[in-house]
Design a binder for this molecule. Structure first.
Ligand code: BJW
Length: 228
Protein backbone atom coordinates (compact mmCIF):
# COMPACT_ATOMS: atom_id res chain seq x y z
CA UNK A 1 0.00 0.00 0.00
CA UNK A 2 1.33 3.44 -0.91
CA UNK A 3 2.05 5.82 1.97
CA UNK A 4 1.39 9.53 1.50
CA UNK A 5 2.54 12.51 3.56
CA UNK A 6 0.97 15.92 3.02
CA UNK A 7 2.49 19.17 4.33
CA UNK A 8 0.24 22.21 4.42
CA UNK A 9 0.99 25.88 5.03
CA UNK A 10 -0.92 29.12 5.34
CA UNK A 11 -1.82 29.18 1.61
CA UNK A 12 -4.39 26.41 2.05
CA UNK A 13 -6.41 28.56 4.47
CA UNK A 14 -6.10 31.78 2.43
CA UNK A 15 -9.35 31.27 0.53
CA UNK A 16 -11.13 30.62 3.82
CA UNK A 17 -10.23 34.20 4.71
CA UNK A 18 -7.10 33.76 6.87
CA UNK A 19 -4.03 35.77 5.91
CA UNK A 20 -0.77 34.08 4.95
CA UNK A 21 2.43 35.37 6.57
CA UNK A 22 4.77 36.51 3.81
CA UNK A 23 2.48 37.52 0.94
CA UNK A 24 1.55 41.15 0.35
CA UNK A 25 -1.01 42.01 3.09
CA UNK A 26 0.24 38.97 5.00
CA UNK A 27 0.55 38.86 8.79
CA UNK A 28 4.14 40.17 8.76
CA UNK A 29 3.06 43.27 6.85
CA UNK A 30 1.08 44.48 9.90
CA UNK A 31 3.04 43.15 12.91
CA UNK A 32 6.73 42.50 13.54
CA UNK A 33 7.43 38.79 13.92
CA UNK A 34 10.10 39.62 16.54
CA UNK A 35 7.35 41.17 18.70
CA UNK A 36 4.69 38.44 18.53
CA UNK A 37 6.38 35.26 17.39
CA UNK A 38 9.46 34.84 19.58
CA UNK A 39 9.93 33.92 23.27
CA UNK A 40 11.82 37.23 23.65
CA UNK A 41 8.84 39.21 22.30
CA UNK A 42 6.53 37.43 24.77
CA UNK A 43 8.90 38.18 27.67
CA UNK A 44 9.06 41.87 26.64
CA UNK A 45 5.37 42.49 26.05
CA UNK A 46 3.03 39.56 26.82
CA UNK A 47 -0.06 41.78 26.50
CA UNK A 48 0.80 42.49 22.85
CA UNK A 49 1.24 38.77 22.18
CA UNK A 50 -2.05 37.94 23.94
CA UNK A 51 -3.83 40.58 21.84
CA UNK A 52 -2.34 39.18 18.60
CA UNK A 53 -3.51 35.64 19.32
CA UNK A 54 -6.88 36.76 20.81
CA UNK A 55 -7.57 38.55 17.52
CA UNK A 56 -6.67 35.46 15.48
CA UNK A 57 -8.76 33.21 17.78
CA UNK A 58 -11.77 35.49 17.20
CA UNK A 59 -11.11 35.56 13.45
CA UNK A 60 -11.17 31.74 13.38
CA UNK A 61 -14.80 31.75 14.56
CA UNK A 62 -15.85 33.52 11.38
CA UNK A 63 -14.16 31.31 8.78
CA UNK A 64 -14.87 27.83 7.44
CA UNK A 65 -12.91 25.08 5.70
CA UNK A 66 -12.68 25.41 1.92
CA UNK A 67 -12.66 22.92 -0.97
CA UNK A 68 -8.94 22.21 -0.51
CA UNK A 69 -9.35 21.21 3.16
CA UNK A 70 -12.33 19.04 2.19
CA UNK A 71 -10.44 17.36 -0.65
CA UNK A 72 -7.67 16.32 1.78
CA UNK A 73 -10.25 14.88 4.20
CA UNK A 74 -11.66 12.84 1.31
CA UNK A 75 -8.17 11.68 0.36
CA UNK A 76 -7.58 10.49 3.93
CA UNK A 77 -10.82 8.50 3.83
CA UNK A 78 -9.68 6.79 0.65
CA UNK A 79 -6.35 5.86 2.29
CA UNK A 80 -7.79 5.16 5.75
CA UNK A 81 -9.74 2.21 4.48
CA UNK A 82 -6.43 0.42 3.95
CA UNK A 83 -3.81 1.05 6.61
CA UNK A 84 -3.61 3.20 9.72
CA UNK A 85 -0.31 4.91 8.92
CA UNK A 86 -0.85 5.17 5.16
CA UNK A 87 -1.84 8.85 5.38
CA UNK A 88 -0.35 11.68 7.46
CA UNK A 89 -1.30 15.32 7.21
CA UNK A 90 1.39 17.57 8.69
CA UNK A 91 0.22 21.13 9.01
CA UNK A 92 2.24 24.21 9.89
CA UNK A 93 -1.06 26.00 10.46
CA UNK A 94 -2.43 26.64 13.94
CA UNK A 95 -6.04 26.92 12.73
CA UNK A 96 -8.46 23.98 13.05
CA UNK A 97 -9.79 24.01 9.49
CA UNK A 98 -8.42 20.56 8.58
CA UNK A 99 -10.20 18.99 11.56
CA UNK A 100 -13.42 20.89 10.79
CA UNK A 101 -13.24 19.58 7.20
CA UNK A 102 -13.11 15.99 8.54
CA UNK A 103 -9.38 15.16 8.61
CA UNK A 104 -8.29 12.93 11.52
CA UNK A 105 -4.64 11.99 11.11
CA UNK A 106 -3.35 15.58 11.48
CA UNK A 107 -0.27 16.79 13.34
CA UNK A 108 0.12 20.50 14.10
CA UNK A 109 3.88 20.98 14.08
CA UNK A 110 3.57 24.70 15.00
CA UNK A 111 0.90 24.16 17.66
CA UNK A 112 -2.77 25.02 17.90
CA UNK A 113 -4.52 28.37 18.24
CA UNK A 114 -7.40 26.89 20.26
CA UNK A 115 -5.06 25.57 22.94
CA UNK A 116 -3.10 27.34 25.70
CA UNK A 117 -0.08 26.05 27.58
CA UNK A 118 0.42 26.55 31.32
CA UNK A 119 3.99 27.53 32.11
CA UNK A 120 3.46 26.33 35.68
CA UNK A 121 2.02 22.78 35.32
CA UNK A 122 2.36 22.11 31.56
CA UNK A 123 -1.38 21.55 30.99
CA UNK A 124 -2.69 22.43 27.53
CA UNK A 125 -6.34 23.43 27.99
CA UNK A 126 -8.59 23.91 24.97
CA UNK A 127 -9.32 27.64 24.73
CA UNK A 128 -11.85 29.45 22.54
CA UNK A 129 -12.04 32.76 24.46
CA UNK A 130 -9.58 35.60 24.92
CA UNK A 131 -6.55 35.03 27.13
CA UNK A 132 -5.03 37.77 29.30
CA UNK A 133 -2.27 37.81 31.92
CA UNK A 134 -5.03 37.41 34.54
CA UNK A 135 -6.45 34.22 32.98
CA UNK A 136 -6.03 31.28 35.37
CA UNK A 137 -5.09 27.78 34.29
CA UNK A 138 -8.15 25.52 34.85
CA UNK A 139 -5.89 22.67 36.06
CA UNK A 140 -3.67 24.41 38.65
CA UNK A 141 -5.00 27.95 39.02
CA UNK A 142 -1.71 29.62 38.03
CA UNK A 143 -1.88 32.82 35.99
CA UNK A 144 0.85 31.59 33.66
CA UNK A 145 -0.77 30.77 30.33
CA UNK A 146 0.72 31.29 26.87
CA UNK A 147 -0.50 30.36 23.40
CA UNK A 148 0.35 26.71 22.65
CA UNK A 149 2.18 27.62 19.46
CA UNK A 150 5.77 27.28 18.26
CA UNK A 151 7.71 30.54 18.00
CA UNK A 152 11.04 31.14 16.27
CA UNK A 153 13.83 29.47 18.18
CA UNK A 154 11.51 26.87 19.70
CA UNK A 155 11.39 23.20 18.79
CA UNK A 156 8.48 22.25 16.49
CA UNK A 157 6.16 19.52 17.78
CA UNK A 158 5.80 15.81 16.85
CA UNK A 159 9.16 15.83 15.04
CA UNK A 160 9.95 12.15 15.68
CA UNK A 161 6.70 10.92 14.10
CA UNK A 162 7.06 13.42 11.26
CA UNK A 163 10.61 12.35 10.38
CA UNK A 164 9.60 8.69 10.52
CA UNK A 165 6.59 9.24 8.25
CA UNK A 166 8.66 11.19 5.70
CA UNK A 167 11.38 8.52 5.71
CA UNK A 168 8.79 5.83 4.92
CA UNK A 169 6.50 7.66 2.49
CA UNK A 170 6.10 6.95 -1.21
CA UNK A 171 4.55 10.30 -2.02
CA UNK A 172 5.17 13.73 -0.42
CA UNK A 173 2.91 16.67 -1.25
CA UNK A 174 3.59 20.26 -0.13
CA UNK A 175 0.60 22.61 -0.31
CA UNK A 176 0.42 26.38 0.20
CA UNK A 177 3.77 26.92 1.89
CA UNK A 178 6.57 29.28 0.90
CA UNK A 179 9.17 26.78 2.22
CA UNK A 180 11.07 29.48 4.07
CA UNK A 181 10.69 28.27 7.66
CA UNK A 182 12.74 25.31 8.87
CA UNK A 183 12.54 22.47 9.65
CA UNK A 184 9.41 22.18 7.42
CA UNK A 185 11.27 23.89 4.56
CA UNK A 186 13.70 20.96 4.52
CA UNK A 187 11.12 18.16 4.33
CA UNK A 188 11.19 17.97 0.52
CA UNK A 189 14.95 17.28 0.55
CA UNK A 190 14.32 14.46 3.02
CA UNK A 191 11.68 12.88 0.77
CA UNK A 192 13.16 13.47 -2.63
CA UNK A 193 15.41 10.41 -2.93
CA UNK A 194 12.76 7.79 -2.20
CA UNK A 195 9.35 9.41 -2.76
CA UNK A 196 7.43 11.08 -5.57
CA UNK A 197 7.29 14.76 -4.61
CA UNK A 198 4.55 17.22 -5.54
CA UNK A 199 4.15 20.97 -5.01
CA UNK A 200 0.67 22.54 -5.09
CA UNK A 201 0.90 26.29 -4.55
CA UNK A 202 -0.25 29.63 -5.87
CA UNK A 203 3.22 30.22 -7.31
CA UNK A 204 6.54 28.31 -7.26
CA UNK A 205 8.07 28.23 -3.76
CA UNK A 206 11.76 28.58 -2.98
CA UNK A 207 12.07 24.79 -3.25
CA UNK A 208 10.14 24.46 -6.52
CA UNK A 209 13.11 23.00 -8.39
CA UNK A 210 13.16 19.93 -6.13
CA UNK A 211 9.70 18.59 -6.94
CA UNK A 212 8.90 15.82 -9.45
CA UNK A 213 5.48 17.32 -10.18
CA UNK A 214 3.82 20.67 -9.60
CA UNK A 215 0.56 22.52 -10.18
CA UNK A 216 0.17 26.24 -9.58
CA UNK A 217 -3.03 28.11 -8.80
CA UNK A 218 -5.39 28.72 -5.88
CA UNK A 219 -5.55 25.79 -3.45
CA UNK A 220 -9.32 25.42 -3.95
CA UNK A 221 -8.62 24.56 -7.62
CA UNK A 222 -5.33 22.67 -7.60
CA UNK A 223 -5.89 20.51 -4.52
CA UNK A 224 -9.28 19.00 -5.50
CA UNK A 225 -7.90 18.45 -9.02
CA UNK A 226 -4.85 16.61 -7.62
CA UNK A 227 -6.96 14.47 -5.29
CA UNK A 228 -9.38 13.27 -8.04
C1 BJW B 1 -1.44 30.07 -1.74
C2 BJW B 1 -2.60 30.80 -1.78
C3 BJW B 1 -3.73 30.15 -2.25
C4 BJW B 1 -1.11 32.10 -1.02
N1 BJW B 1 -3.63 28.88 -2.64
N2 BJW B 1 -1.38 28.82 -2.14
C5 BJW B 1 18.87 30.10 9.24
C6 BJW B 1 18.83 28.99 8.41
C7 BJW B 1 17.97 27.93 8.65
C8 BJW B 1 17.11 27.95 9.74
C9 BJW B 1 17.16 29.05 10.57
C10 BJW B 1 18.02 30.10 10.32
N3 BJW B 1 17.83 31.04 11.29
C11 BJW B 1 16.87 30.60 12.13
C12 BJW B 1 16.45 29.38 11.70
C13 BJW B 1 15.39 28.54 12.32
C14 BJW B 1 14.00 29.13 12.12
C15 BJW B 1 13.81 29.45 10.64
O1 BJW B 1 13.47 28.61 9.83
N4 BJW B 1 13.95 30.70 10.25
C16 BJW B 1 13.82 31.07 8.83
C17 BJW B 1 12.93 32.27 8.70
C18 BJW B 1 15.21 31.24 8.25
N5 BJW B 1 13.07 28.10 12.52
C19 BJW B 1 12.72 27.94 13.79
O2 BJW B 1 13.12 28.68 14.68
C20 BJW B 1 11.84 26.75 14.12
N6 BJW B 1 12.45 25.97 15.13
C21 BJW B 1 13.62 25.33 14.93
O3 BJW B 1 14.25 25.39 13.90
O4 BJW B 1 14.01 24.58 16.01
C22 BJW B 1 15.28 23.89 15.94
C23 BJW B 1 15.23 22.58 15.23
C24 BJW B 1 16.41 22.00 14.83
C25 BJW B 1 16.41 20.79 14.17
C26 BJW B 1 15.23 20.11 13.95
C27 BJW B 1 14.06 20.66 14.36
C28 BJW B 1 14.07 21.89 14.99
C29 BJW B 1 10.49 27.21 14.62
C30 BJW B 1 9.68 27.89 13.56
C31 BJW B 1 8.37 28.39 14.12
C32 BJW B 1 7.52 29.07 13.06
N7 BJW B 1 6.37 29.63 13.66
C33 BJW B 1 5.38 30.29 12.84
C34 BJW B 1 4.29 30.87 13.75
C35 BJW B 1 3.41 29.77 14.35
C36 BJW B 1 2.36 30.33 15.23
C37 BJW B 1 1.48 31.35 14.52
O5 BJW B 1 0.83 31.04 13.51
O6 BJW B 1 1.42 32.50 15.00
O7 BJW B 1 4.80 29.37 11.92
S1 BJW B 1 6.08 31.55 11.77
C38 BJW B 1 5.01 31.24 10.41
O8 BJW B 1 5.75 30.72 9.28
C39 BJW B 1 4.09 30.09 10.88
C40 BJW B 1 4.00 29.26 9.64
O9 BJW B 1 3.58 27.95 9.96
C41 BJW B 1 5.39 29.35 9.07
C42 BJW B 1 5.48 28.99 7.60
O10 BJW B 1 4.75 29.87 6.83
P1 BJW B 1 3.94 29.34 5.55
O11 BJW B 1 2.82 28.48 5.99
O12 BJW B 1 4.87 28.78 4.56
O13 BJW B 1 3.27 30.71 5.05
P2 BJW B 1 3.90 31.83 4.02
O14 BJW B 1 3.10 33.05 4.21
O15 BJW B 1 5.35 31.93 4.18
O16 BJW B 1 3.63 31.20 2.58
C43 BJW B 1 2.32 31.05 2.08
C44 BJW B 1 2.40 30.35 0.73
O17 BJW B 1 1.07 30.12 0.29
C45 BJW B 1 3.10 31.17 -0.36
O18 BJW B 1 4.00 30.32 -1.07
C46 BJW B 1 1.97 31.62 -1.28
O19 BJW B 1 2.34 31.69 -2.65
C47 BJW B 1 0.96 30.53 -1.07
N8 BJW B 1 -0.43 30.94 -1.26
N9 BJW B 1 -2.31 32.11 -1.34
C48 BJW B 1 -2.40 28.27 -2.58
N10 BJW B 1 -4.92 30.80 -2.35
Amino acid sequence: MERIVILTGAGISRESGLATFRDEAGVWSRVRLEDVCTPEGFARNPDQVDAFYNHRRQELQHVAPNAAHRALAELEQAYGANEDDAFLLITQNIDDLHERAGSHNVVHMHGELLQLRCLSCGATPTWHQDCTRATACPECGAQALRPDVVWFGEMPLHMEGIMDAIARCDCFVAIGTSATVYPAAGFTELATNHAHTVELNLAPSGKAGLFDEAAYGPATSVVPRFVK
